[in-house]
Design a protein around this ligand. Structure first.
Ligand code: AGP
Length: 630
């Protein structure tokens, strides 16, 4: 079974060149990108001077603080540098794979993905190029360096900068992908070069130099006039120059400057109007970060967990699984039930934590209790965990706060890497929970001889698929706004879409205060259909899956009674479009990943409706982010 892995790097890039010491500016910039978590970080520094030109590189696995501690003795005089935080869903995160990557005179950092890196790597290795890492980034650096050397060999009259620019253009013509790169050429001290092909690069001319980053919040503390580098232009900067050059015509231009009206508060929200919206848009990165270093990188298909051996023993002996949680985390548990029973063939029961103890659950040999919690401090969930611990059964937690009580008091901890979730209505933590549960159930299934390659491959594609859905966010918000006068809003789904329907209803009710109810689509005719009339909106989750035909007939039942239908289906589904009033099309995905994609529009529908009602979106009335009372 060849798993093959989609190489995906979701990263933060910072660069500086000018009169000031570069290191503190670079490290401060990386810290401003750390809200997203990371698995490695690095920086490279150089300093042009008539007598010496020193160059130093420092890379660390782990958080930015590790890099700060490791670089106290370097970079005391260098004034040019590039720095990077890495989130890779490919291979073990370590120093070797950390950026910057050096290839001869080229030192480079990268954000995004080089789709055809393996073919290019093979070609370069064939002509003797040696590689030290598994990354696509090093392939890009080696390709530029290879062309730079060849170009200088064929025309010795060329100056270094022209050779580097020609080499860059040649390399860009050969790579396929969605990326931004920032690099320095050691033979051209004091200069930085940047290009982007779909991933952002932002630059600002400071009074004593130039700052470049992949995200604006690393720049705003220094200046609010920025240039968003357009595709097709090369950014070339040094202490005295701030220009772009057109890749095709070589025409040099002064970059178009935009003034950002950001405040410190907005910087904290990365320019979004609320934390919730910021967190919705962080989901591609959060999913990538949660998968970071977990996806199989060899033929075995084994996922990479902490305490790997104990994990295998636990799951090889598991006979019954209880998943216990509250609220949104309970909906993650309900979704995971489908995963564990289909892939791992383990009997999986799901409980609301506050009810768990009252049903006197049976604990036998081989029972495993899993608790799911964003905060890791929810009293009801803690009580359920305590009950399981007292019974002496194996326990694990899926939690977003590693230092939390639930993480510490469970036998195993599978962390979600969503970073701090400020909005009371949980979004990115939920998709992170579903991601880790999908990966875990897939891996347990593999351990038990059930492989689902399609779902595994779709899992690795998730960050890109979520990114694509978010590009329609304005449409979803507008559809949500139109629901603001509804007296009740219903959400229906079948199979794995049923818990997602419940989650959609919870988002809507907690943000808008409009009565909202989710239920299994098959239950419609057993009572809830009495709700349906032309003033009622029904949000129906209808992907092209095994339940599709029955969901279509549910839609017909609703249509026949005049209900207003908002359908969320697979993009291009003309049949659903015909019978719904609003249609939201999602990228086709695998059975296991469709729930994760399907919740994104539901988050934005609730957001749009709450915004139209003027609700306090980050802090809805009566709610708390962590319910530490039973
Ligand atoms: C979700 O939007 C709500 N804020 C709430 O239902 C939450 O999911 C529940 O309180 C559980 O919290 P936890 O995940 O931190 O345990």
């Amino acid at each position: 079974m060849h798993y093959g892995t989609l190489f995906l790097t979701m990263c933060g890039i910072v660069g500086y060149t000018g009169k000031q010491q570069a290191k503190p500016i670079l490290l401060e910039g990386l810290k401003r990108l750390e809200y997203r978590g990371y698995d490695s970080a690095g920086l490279a520094l150089s300093s042009p001077s008539p007598t010496i030109q020193n160059f130093v590189i420092q890379r660390n696995a782990g958080p930015v603080q590790g890099l700060i501690d490791a670089s106290t003795k370097i970079g005391l005089s260098e004034t040019t540098g590039i720095a990077h935080t890495r989130w890779a869903t490919h291979g073990v995160p370590n120093e070797t794979n950390a950026h910057p990557h050096r290839a001869g005179n080229i030192v480079l950092v990268h954000n995004g993905i080089i789709e055809n890196y393996a073919q290019i790597k093979e070609k370069l290795q064939h002509i003797g190029v040696q590689f030290s890492s598994q990354t696509d980034t090093e392939v890009f650096a080696q390709l530029i360096e290879f062309h730079r050397v060849q170009i200088l060999k064929s025309d010795t009259t060329l100056n270094e900068e022209d050779a580097v620019l020609r080499a860059l253009k040649k390399a860009m013509s050969e790579v396929d992908g969605h990326y931004a790169i920032l690099f320095m050429a050691l033979t051209i001290p004091g200069k930085l070069f940047g290009v982007q092909n779909g991933a952002p690069l932002v630059a600002s001319k400071l009074k004593d130099g130039c700052l470049i980053a992949s995200d604006i919040q690393a720049i705003i503390p220094y200046h609010n006039e920025v240039c968003f580098l357009p595709k097709g232009e090369i950014l070339i900067v040094d202490e005295n120059h701030f220009e772009t050059r057109n890749l095709k015509t070589d025409k040099v231009s002064v970059p178009k400057i935009e003034r950002m009206d950001w405040t410190a508060d907005k910087v904290e929200k990365n320019g979004f109007e609320t934390f919730m919206l910021k967190e919705i848009f962080q989901q591609p990165l959060v999913v990538a970060d949660t998968l970071s270093g977990r996806l199989p990188s060899d033929e075995s298909g084994a996922f990479i967990w902490d305490h790997f051996k104990a994990h295998e023993v636990l799951w090889k002996n598991a006979k019954r699984l209880y998943l216990v949680a509250c609220g949104t985390s309970y909906h993650a548990a309900m979704t995971a039930k489908y995963f564990f029973e289909k892939w791992a063939r383990i009997d999986c029961q799901v409980d609301i934590a506050s009810e768990f103890r009252y049903r006197h659950p049976v604990f036998e040999t081989g029972t495993v209790v899993g608790v799911i919690s964003q905060s890791g401090e929810t009293a009801d969930t803690l009580a359920a965990l305590a009950l399981a611990n007292q019974a002496g059964v194996s326990t694990f937690s899926i939690c977003n706060v590693p230092s939390s009580t639930i993480s510490r008091e469970s036998g195993f901890h599978y962390p979600t890497m969503a970073g701090p979730e400020i909005g009371v209505a949980s979004t990115k933590a939920f998709t992170a929970q579903l991601t880790i549960l999908c990966a875990l159930a897939l891996d347990v299934g593999r351990l038990r001889g059930n492989d689902d390659l399609a779902s595994f491959q779709a899992l690795a594609r998730l960050p890109h698929d979520i990114d694509r859905i978010l590009k329609q966010s304005e449409t979803f918000i507008q559809i949500g706004a139109k629901l603001k006068d509804q007296k009740i809003i219903l959400f229906v789904g079948r199979g794995t879409m049923y818990p997602i329907a419940l989650e959609g209803a919870l988002k809507m009710k907690e943000l808008t205060y409009i009565p909202s109810e989710g239920f299994a689509a098959g239950e419609l005719k057993h009572g809830p259909i009495a709700y349906i009339d032309p003033n009622v909106t029904i949000v129906t989750l209808a992907p092209r899956d095994e339940c599709y035909a029955k969901t279509i007939s549910n839609l017909e039942e609703i249509r026949a009674r005049g209900g207003h239908i908002v359908a969320i289906g697979t993009e291009g589904d003309e049949e659903i479009k015909k019978i719904s009033h609003e249609f939201i099309g999602l990228p086709a995905s695998a059975w296991g990943t469709m729930p994760i994609l399907s919740v994104i529009p539901l988050q934005l529908l609730a957001y749009g409706c709450a915004k139209a009602l003027g609700r306090n979106i980050d802090k809805p009335r009566n709610l708390a982010k962590s319910v530490t009372v039973e």
